[in-house]
Design a protein around this ligand. Structure first.
Ligand SMILES: [Zn+2]
Length: 407
């Protein structure tokens, strides 16, 4: 088993090199955290937000700092910036779903974008063999977007890299793989599933990187049934696009710990949870200077494992990653993850959308062939009002699972 390349990256970025250990990394992170706390006094928002905060004596002291929320980011915007405009290389705007509120904007320096490229370059070595060719099923038209960064940094390691976007039909995905003779494909889980289902008996794909906040186990199994090894990546614009990636052991994403420090909290009380318990992921950046984030509530859920990995790596792993999405029903909260876990077990189902109405659940699905409604096993108390196969793959549309309450 290959040791995670995220350890090599972290050892280099922290200058701990050969001496990298959990204890030394914790001490380095505490040092960086205190340096970040000093640095953010350059921001008018943080001066107010963190007034009276003394240097921390341990990483556990982080719990005494206030949270940073999405509404803080929206409301305060550039007040969080700690450098002058001339030192900012890129501002990434995250459009909100719906029309309420201003968009979130996150600023990066050129060095911070380079750190992300470094993470992609090194992290991808977990799943690439020398001379592997890579197909990226993500848009790359915006400079410094994930697709654009991957296209630019992977060739530096000798991997020819191609963009295919929009995804198109499953057959078009398979044709793109053949055309580029791609051994590794990066994309959203549902696009990778569609591709896997459309590949012939003999195909060049060895590995795929699932770029998502949640990858249903059933979906991964269906891709792996095609002789393809799946790796999960966790990241968001707030983490600097990249965040963590699985190793050969596939038990959690090894985190880029020179750049991010994660905590897990109880979403109701805000209390930090013990290692291994699942709760909301709270992010603190360690080397960012343009717009550091301190105790940012991501809205994502996960659990941490800080024990050494069987691969030999000591970097913290993030497990059980998902987003708390779904809706309340008379029977309780129905998580979209529950539906994912059920529906992706159905042979031939590629993606779906769902809406809940008083008479039951309305499903629209993409599938290789018609799936009769009685074959949908639903959580108890939820009845299926209607299920129909979508007319076809809409090339520009990413089929996001939408579960909304229509009552
Ligand atoms: Zn590992």
């Amino acid at each position: 088993m290959k040791r995670t390349t995220i350890d090599t990256l972290t050892a280099r970025q922290t200058a701990l090199d050969e001496s990298l250990s959990r204890e030394r990394l914790d001490a380095w992170q505490l040092d960086r955290l205190n340096a970040t706390l000093r640095h953010v006094s350059a921001s008018s928002f943080y001066r107010r937000h963190l007034a009276g905060i003394a240097p921390l004596n341990s990483l556990a002291d982080l719990r005494h700092l206030p949270f940073l929320t999405t509404s803080d980011l929206r409301r305060e915007g550039l007040n969080l910036q700690c450098l002058s405009q001339s030192q900012i290389a890129r501002i990434i705007t995250l459009n909100t779903s719906g029309s309420t509120g201003t968009a979130k904007r996150i600023a990066f320096t050129a060095g911070e974008l380079e750190a992300t490229r470094e993470f992609f370059r090194e992290g991808m070595e977990n799943l690439l063999s020398p001379e592997d060719r890579v197909l990226v099923l993500l848009p790359a038209d915006r400079p410094d977007s994930t697709g654009d960064l991957l296209r630019n940094c992977l060739p530096e390691k000798g991997h020819p890299t191609f963009i295919h976007w929009p995804p198109g039909t499953p057959q078009q995905l398979a044709a793109a793989v053949e055309a580029h003779d791609a051994n590794c494909v990066i994309g959203l889980p549902q696009h990778l599933l569609s591709l896997a289902e459309a590949l012939g008996e003999k195909h060049p794909v060895r590995t795929v990187l699932l770029n998502s906040d949640y990858a249903p186990p059933a979906l991964r199994q269906r891709i792996e049934a095609r002789g393809i090894t799946t790796f999960l990546h966790y990241g968001a614009t707030e983490t600097g696009l990249g965040g963590g990636v699985e190793c050969d052991h596939h038990h959690g994403c090894h985190l880029r710990e020179a750049d991010i420090l994660l905590e897990i909290i109880d979403p109701q009380t805000g209390t930090p949870l013990a290692e291994g318990e699942t709760g909301e992921i709270v992010l603190t950046t360690l080397r960012r200077r343009a717009m550091p984030l301190i105790r940012y509530r991501t809205g994502d859920s996960g659990a941490l494992n800080r024990q050494p990995c069987p691969c030999g790596g000591i970097t913290t792993r993030l497990l059980d990653i998902h987003r708390h999405q779904g809706c309340d029903t008379p029977q309780g909260f129905l998580a979209s993850r529950q539906l994912d876990d059920l529906l992706f077990t159905l042979p031939g189902l590629l993606d779906y959308r769902a809406a809940l109405a008083p008479e039951g659940l309305h499903l629209e699905y993409l599938a290789v062939e018609e799936i009769p409604p009685p074959h949908f096993p639903l959580p108890s108390g939820i009845t299926l009002a209607s299920a129909k196969r979508a007319a076809g793959w809409t090339p520009k549309h990413t089929f996001k699972r939408i579960l909304r309450d229509l009552r």
